[in-house]
Design a protein around this ligand. Structure first.
Ligand code: CMP
Length: 140
């Protein structure tokens, strides 16, 4: 069925100037960008967005990294969008990501891993609402 998913192009990929190359992969896979914003996250934003990871040992590094530069945040829509985006991204750790995936091609480390994507329909809904009011989502 047609789904929406939240995608973030992280500070490492923005700094590498590959926003366009990453968005092109989404488009080539049949996903449509129906909302987008470029922004500098505050520590509070990053901590709230990743609240589920608060007790994990990597939480502080994760927040430090996500506020290290601007990010590009978008909503992708399409058939099976959540899994499709995860397949395009590849494994969280770029060393384990399949050849030809975004993380294999553009990411350096498990922290600087180029992109984030929602992992399930419930988290997609929460994550989309975190960044975008419905009136700024343009589905046609
Ligand atoms: P992301 O999909 O944005 O969700 C949480 C992020 O934490 C993850 O990508 C990684 O960049 C980062 N991270 C760092 N260490 C780990 C780890 N051991 N397991 C999962 N995520 C990690």
């Amino acid at each position: 069925s047609v789904q929406r998913t939240l995608s973030i192009i992280k500070p490492d990929a923005v700094a590498k100037n590959v926003i366009g190359q990453i968005l092109a992969r989404f488009e080539q896979a049949g996903l449509k960008v129906i909302a987008a914003r470029m922004m500098q996250l505050s520590r509070e934003d990053a901590g709230r967005f990743y609240a589920v990871h608060k007790e994990r040992p990597f939480f502080k590094d994760l927040v430090d990294f996500m506020v290290s530069g601007p990010v590009m945040v978008q909503v992708l829509e399409g058939e099976n969008a959540i899994q499709k985006n995860r397949d395009l991204m590849g494994a969280t750790d770029p060393k384990k990501a399949d050849k030809g995936t975004i993380r294999a091609d553009f990411a350096e480390s498990i922290d600087a891993n180029a992109v984030h994507g929602s992992d399930a329909p419930e988290t997609a809904a929460t994550e989309i609402a975190f960044f975008f009011p419905e009136m700024n989502i343009h589905s046609r």
